[in-house]
Write a protein that binds this ligand. Structure first.
Ligand SMILES: Nc1ncnc2c1ncn2[C@@H]1O[C@H](COP(=O)(O)OP(=O)(O)OP(=O)(O)O)[C@@H](O)[C@H]1O
Ligand SMILES: [Mg+2]
Length: 253
């Protein structure tokens, strides 16, 4: 790991988020203090309703905290107005979701080009960049396919290509393997591990401890609190695990 990637990328200090439901206050996140360095691969675990997505929304600059501080790349995000927060998010954070969230009846290429529209990248450069990223995630021969013409695993690869095309500082994935079968889920984790080896910082929410074992650190939430922060001593190598699994599928890209 080079010196740049071992710097602190994000830091929360007593970060809290409350939601008002009628007259009742929901403490979705309670005083979470944590640091993540550049180049880390972090898994976020915890029961349903424990605050995982709330945490991801805050560190991904999708939402603002009720109290506490959030520093991202050394800047205090809690001080930014909505427009600056959105600008930071569009340029510096890539999101991957459980249900892929691709535009239907739209090609893989166009889906991946979309984030580049924010950056005013010229059309021809957009196309070249999106194509290169789709090739990097193993979809060279699916570039013109529409979302509905792709398997779940392929759709998630498009979503990951879209998340990385802007070269973000942080990749956030909320249950990225939740809608996939076991084998395809491990393939997606192999892709995340490859991106992480290239120096990318990744935070993945998962319910499955098998999936969390591919990360090098696990944060556990309960009732909105961060209750455990542990290193994974020997993360599983997804690529190696796949090579040991029988392949009788025919739908691999
Ligand atoms: N927009 C909202 N308005 C009101 N309450 C909310 C809102 N979003 C989340 N909550 C509440 O905040 C708490 C934390 O929700 P969150 O979505 O972060 O949980 P989670 O750990 O991601 O759960 P899951 O595993 O089911 O996705 C829950 O009690 C939830 O009901
Ligand atoms: Mg959630």
């Amino acid at each position: 790991m080079d010196s740049k990637s071992s710097q602190i990328l994000l830091e929360t200090a007593e970060l809290s988020k409350d939601y008002l439901m009628g007259s009742e206050v929901v403490n979705a996140l309670r005083e979470v203090s944590v640091q993540v360095k550049g180049g880390e691969f972090v898994a976020v675990m915890g029961p349903s309703g424990s605050g995982k997505s709330t945490f991801m929304n805050l560190i991904g600059c999708l939402d603002r905290p009720s109290s506490g501080r959030y520093l991202f790349e050394g800047r205090d995000m809690s001080q930014l107005n909505i427009d600056d927060l959105a600008r930071t998010r569009n340029h510096r954070v890539g999101f991957v979701f459980q249900n892929f969230s691709l535009l239907s009846r739209t090609s893989a290429l166009e889906n991946v080009e979309l984030p580049l529209m924010y950056g005013k990248v010229p059309r021809r450069d957009r196309k070249a960049k999106a194509t290169a990223v789709l090739e990097a995630v193993g979809l060279k021969d699916r570039i013109r396919h529409q979302s509905s013409q792709l398997s779940g695993g392929q759709q998630q690869r498009v979503a990951i290509a879209r998340a990385i095309v802007n070269d973000p500082a942080l990749i956030l994935a909320d249950e990225p393997t939740g809608a996939l079968d076991t084998f395809t889920g491990i393939e997606i984790m192999a892709l995340f591990q490859a991106l992480n080896r290239d120096g990318r910082t990744i935070v993945v929410v998962t319910h499955e401890s098998d999936i969390a074992q591919f990360a090098d650190r696990i944060l556990r939430f309960r009732d909105g609190r961060l209750i455990k922060d542990e290193r994974v001593e020997h993360p599983e190598d997804a690529r190696k695990m796949l090579s040991r699994m029988p392949v009788d599928r025919g739908k691999r890209p």
